[in-house]
Design a protein around this ligand. Structure first.
Ligand SMILES: Cc1cc2nc3c(=O)[nH]c(=O)nc-3n(C[C@H](O)[C@H](O)[C@H](O)COP(=O)(O)OP(=O)(O)OC[C@H]3O[C@@H](n4cnc5c(N)ncnc54)[C@H](O)[C@@H]3O)c2cc1C
Length: 493
């Protein structure tokens, strides 16, 4: 068995792992990071940017939210059911962390609020300007997925600059515990050779269990492929959770970072984006279930969809609305879907139908649409008639949807798609304190063990707080930084 030693071992080189590794090395520790994948950055390569409050970038842009305000907003959103001291420390660190990233060469493009749509209809309605969107390497200024990959590249270079040894293709299999302390890990390299790596402190940063349907079912009750179509970023098997629990860590509640999608959404992206409008939304019984302008908050919509019969819903519009979206643009602007998606809508729908995709529907009548969707035609007809009457009245007696979006569904062809709960990944599992140390059921520290990022992110209560966007990356990078500092100090002692 190969042997290695360091002051601090970081298990994974995704966002929280790289933050932890850089910060431990900057604080004087020798650091090895074992990464399961053949590249660094984890799910953060897919994202757009982290939260920060009180950064230089915000001050340059006249954004005045303070860490204290963000803390109070967060705690009120979660009804104070989460660790207030941990939440406080994350927000008060977060502005400085954006400056730290800038100092290592990461550039930011904007802090949210760049869309010419009414506040209430932004994808993240009522949100604060905390989401620091990374300037991508290709110089593009249009918001799109994967912008944060430039940050991950820069952080990887910085890790090398400060002496972090990154071992790719080397998953950690288990923790070594001796005399009650964590003193190292057993990893495996690409050749299948076992590595015993010893250290004074170990930081778990394995990104949760988003690619482990069985664990998702056990921990959250969702059944992947049935009532959940979350991203499955390869390799997120819940290894950190399992390894921490094996050495006596307490469990926290695990939730999904919920939103909504059409199944296999990245391959049906135009359909996925085009129906995210305050048109007519009904459940599997053909009944309305929310004020459709509320779908702008994807977390709330994901929650609402989860509570409906069969766990999915339909969005419906007609040819008149489609024409309107083509001419004037959508009512709700998406941060990530193509801006010209309505120009390609009919051809995308046609291609999906030809491929046998089961979650998009076109019909010449409401009755035919209902039949295709599997809803009783009379029920859908009744809902559409009632809804059209409300549109004529100009007032939504059922849910008080904003009257601007009371647009009748009357002119064939009729289009619909089926949305399910989706998610970016799992949140939480390993219990930590505000020093990011892992705790036992009796709230005692397991010496030498820290857990960061999605593995320990249990600060949201039941729902992701889109009111303070960039939050999971914000937690990942700040918990990572704090853990790196504390682990380096612990190792030096
Ligand atoms: C499409 C998409 C868009 C997103 N956009 C945003 C956004 O704009 N803003 C935001 O705040 N959040 C966003 N997120 C969420 C964000 O990406 C995550 O919150 C963040 O990456 C979590 O950091 P992490 O370090 O916990 O996990 P990751 O960054 O995913 O890193 C986990 C790492 O652990 C490695 N690993 C797993 N098991 C082992 C093992 N046994 N040994 C060694 N290594 C292991 C994995 O290979 C991976 O590299 C997005 C997520 C997705 C999927």
């Amino acid at each position: 068995m190969k042997k290695m030693t360091a002051d601090v071992i970081v298990v994974a080189a995704g966002l929280s792992g790289l933050a932890a590794a850089i910060s431990a090395a900057e604080n004087g520790a020798s650091v090895i990071a074992f990464e399961k994948g053949n590249t660094t950055g984890g799910a953060a390569n897919m994202g757009m940017g982290p939260l920060g409050v009180g950064s230089r970038f915000q001050r340059r842009n006249m954004i005045s939210i303070t860490p204290g305000e963000a803390f109070r907003k967060h705690m009120n959103f979660t009804h104070w059911r989460v660790d207030s001291r941990l939440v406080r420390d994350i927000y008060f660190k977060s502005g400085d962390t954006i400056d730290w990233l800038e100092d290592m060469g990461v550039e930011f493009l904007a802090v949210s609020k760049v869309y010419p749509v009414p506040e209430v209809l932004r994808a993240y309605a009522t949100s604060e300007e905390t989401w620091h969107v990374v300037r991508p390497a290709d110089g593009s200024t249009e918001f799109a997925p994967r912008m944060a990959a430039a940050m991950m590249k820069r952080m990887t270079e910085k890790a090398a600059d400060v002496g972090v040894e990154i071992q790719l293709n080397s998953p950690v299999k288990k923790l070594i515990k001796e005399a009650g302390k964590i003193v190292g890990v057993i990893a495996e390299n690409k050749e299948g050779e076992q590595i015993e790596a010893r250290a004074k402190a170990v930081i778990l940063a394995t990104g949760g269990a988003g690619d482990n349907p069985e664990m998702i079912r056990q921990l959250t009750g969702y059944e992947w492929g049935k009532n959940l179509f979350s991203f499955r970023i390869p390799g997120m098997h819940g290894d950190g959770l399992r390894m921490a629990w094996e050495v006596g860590a307490a469990k926290t509640e695990v939730i999904m970072e919920l939103m909504y999608v059409v199944p296999d959404n990245l391959n049906h992206f135009i359909v996925d984006g085009a129906f995210r409008q305050p048109c007519l939304w009904v459940n599997a019984l053909g009944q309305r279930f929310m004020n459709e302008d509320g779908i702008a908050n994807t977390t709330f919509a994901g929650n609402a969809i989860s509570t409906q019969p069969k766990g999915y819903v339909y969005a419906i519009f007609d040819t008149a609305l489609l024409k309107r979206y083509k001419k004037n643009g959508p009512d709700i602007t998406s941060h990530v879907h193509p801006h010209d998606m309505y120009d390609h809508f009919e051809e995308a729908v046609q291609a999906d139908l030809e491929q046998g995709y089961e979650h998009v529907f076109v019909a010449n009548s409401i009755e035919e649409l209902a039949q295709k969707m599997g809803i009783t035609p009379e029920q859908l007809q009744e809902t559409v008639s009632d809804y059209n009457q409300l549109c004529a009245k100009g007032f939504d007696e059922l849910f008080e949807k904003d009257r601007k979006y009371l647009q009748p569904i009357s002119k064939g062809k009729f289009y619909a798609c089926r949305y399910f709960p989706g998610a970016y990944g799992t949140l939480g599992g390993v219990k930590i304190n505000h020093n990011i140390e892992v705790l036992t059921e009796s709230s005692e520290v397991i010496p030498g063990l820290y857990a960061v990022g999605l593995d320990s992110c249990a600060i949201y209560g039941d729902s992701y707080p889109f009111i303070l966007p960039g939050n999971t990356m914000g937690f990942a990078i700040n918990s990572g930084r704090i853990a790196g500092e504390n682990a380096a100090r612990y190792a030096a002692e």
